[in-house]
Ligand binder design. Structure first.
Ligand code: NAP
Length: 248
C-alpha cells in the first residue's frame, strides 16, 4: 500500500454527544474525519466545523447503521472510491440508542431497534472497512459499549444485551486481526452527560457514583484518543471502563 494514503477516522453517531467529542479529539490528532449520523444534519455540521478548525478534512456520511443497504450504498461506495488514495485507519463504533422498559413490556421494535443499532451496526460497519485496514497492516477499532453491557441494568435488557454482544465481538475480532497490527478495544462509559442521559435525574444518580458527578463526553474522547495512539499498540481485546469509580 502507498505510504501517501490520506488517513481518515470514521466515527458513527458523530453528530452529537460523545461521538462529536471523539471526532474533535481525532481531528486534533491530525486525522481527516468521516462524521456519520442518522438524521440530525444541523448537529453534524456543527461537529464538521469544529473538526475543520483543526485543519483537517471533515465529511458528513449520512446512513443508518441499523440498515445494511444504506451502509453498503454510502460507506461501501466511499471505501471503493477512496481505495487508491485514502484509508480509514480508525473506526469508532459509537452510534447507539436507548429504548428502556422492563422485559415484560418490551416490544419487538424496542428489542430490535436497540440490537440493530449497536450490535448489527457494529458488524456491518466494521466488515465494510476491515479489509483495507488489514491490507494496510495498521488500524484501530474502538467500540463504545456501556457499564450496562458489563453488569446488566434492569429496564435495559435490550441495551445490556446489545452492549454485551459488542464486548464479545471486540474480544474475538481482536484475536483475529492482532497479527496485522489492528487493535480492537471497547470503551465502557458509566453515566455521561449527553442527550442520551438528558431525561435522567442527574443529581440523584450522581449519588451512586463515587466521584459524585456524571462524566463529560470529552473525558471519553480523551480515552479514545489514547487508544488510537501508537503508544497503545499493545492494548487489544480489552474493555476499559470510564465511570467515575462505579463498581463494574
Ligand atoms: P446521543 O447524545 O444520544 O447521540 C447519539 C448519536 O448516535 C447521534 O450522533 C445519533 O445521530 C447517532 N445515531 C443514533 N442512531 C443511529 C443510527 N441508527 N445510525 C447512525 N447514527 C445513529 O448519545 P451519546 O450519549 O453520545 O452516546 C454515544 C454512545 O455512547 C452510544 O453508543 C451509547 O450507548 C454509549 N454510552 C453512552 C452513555 C451515556 O451516559 N451517555 C453511557 C454508556 C454508553 P443523529 O444525531 O443523527 O440522531
Amino acid at each position: 500500500m502507498s505510504l501517501f494514503l490520506k488517513k481518515y477516522a470514521l466515527v458513527t453517531g458523530g453528530s452529537r454527544g460523545i461521538g462529536r467529542e471523539i471526532c474533535i479529539k481525532l481531528s486534533s490528532l491530525g486525522y481527516h474525519i468521516l462524521i456519520n449520523y442518522k438524521g440530525n444534519e444541523e448537529q453534524a455540521i456543527i461537529t464538521q466545523q469544529a473538526c475543520m478548525a483543526n485543519n483537517v478534512e471533515a465529511h458528513l456520511l449520512q446512513f443508518d447503521v441499523a440498515n445494511r443497504n444504506e451502509i453498503e450504498n454510502v460507506l461501501g461506495a466511499w471505501v471503493l472510491a477512496a481505495e487508491k488514495n485514502a484509508i480509514i485507519e480508525v473506526l469508532v463504533n459509537n452510534a447507539g440508542i436507548r429504548q428502556d422498559t422492563l422485559m415484560s413490556f418490551m416490544s419487538d421494535e424496542q428489542w430490535n431497534s436497540v440490537i440493530n443499532t449497536s450490535l448489527q451496526g457494529m458488524f456491518y460497519v466494521t466488515r465494510t472497512v476491515l479489509n483495507p485496514m488489514l491490507m494496510n497492516r495498521f488500524g484501530r477499532i474502538i467500540n463504545i459499549v456501556s457499564l450496562s453491557g458489563l453488569k446488566g441494568m434492569p429496564g435495559q435488557v435490550n441495551y445490556s444485551a446489545a452492549k454485551a454482544g459488542m464486548i464479545g465481538a471486540t474480544k474475538a475480532l481482536a484475536q483475529e486481526v492482532a497479527r496485522r497490527n489492528v487493535t480492537v478495544n471497547a470503551v465502557a462509559p458509566g453515566f455521561i452527560s449527553s442527550d442520551m442521559t438528558a431525561d435522567l435525574d442527574e443529581k440523584e444518580l450522581s449519588n451512586m457514583v463515587p466521584m459524585r458527578r456524571f462524566g463529560k463526553p470529552e473525558e471519553v474522547a480523551a480515552l479514545v484518543g489514547f487508544l488510537v495512539s501508537k503508544e497503545a499498540a499493545y492494548i487489544t481485546g480489552q474493555v476499559i471502563s470510564i465511570n467515575g469509580g462505579l463498581y463494574s
